[in-house]
Write a protein that binds this ligand. Sequence first.
Ligand code: SF4
Length: 174
Amino acid sequence: MIKQLIPPGFCLKCDICCRFLDRFSQMRPYFLYEEIEKVGKHSLKPFKKGRALLISLIRHKNMYICPYFYPKENSCAIYKIRPFDCRLYPFLLSHKDSGIFLCADLNCPFINKNIKSKSFKDYISCLKKIFSDEKLINKILKNKALIGTYVDDVVFLARLKRLSKKLHAHKEKP
Ligand code: SF4
């Protein structure tokens, strides 16, 4: 379980999460198979990438939204069982050179406001520890689609050494 940095009240007033400008946005969430079993398969299209599935967005006004998103309430219908990818957001995993980096989406107003604060730095240290856990590393290695190649609007925060090393070793296996 990832401890959340952003107070829920802040998210309820924000109009960024769960909405996308492009139907095939790289930022749309991935669901792992075990997560799909929890929420049912009705609104998921099998865009296979590794072992995870990318959700199929739906049109809403002049943008696209996650099918589990209620725009009027600004809330998630499956909040308690939302996927790991959503729990991690506004933090993301991204490839850069030969490493895996912990990144943050600068479109998130909370990130923009707090990126220089001590509590933010402490939280990053905490996330780095979480991503050195063997069980989580193995889960990510089985679901490499969780690692994106984000560039625009993303800030690189820390190289995840252990995960990078394991991924490299994993690739070299015949
Ligand atoms: S699953 Fe929930 S938190 Fe994740 S994008 Fe959809 S509505 Fe948002």
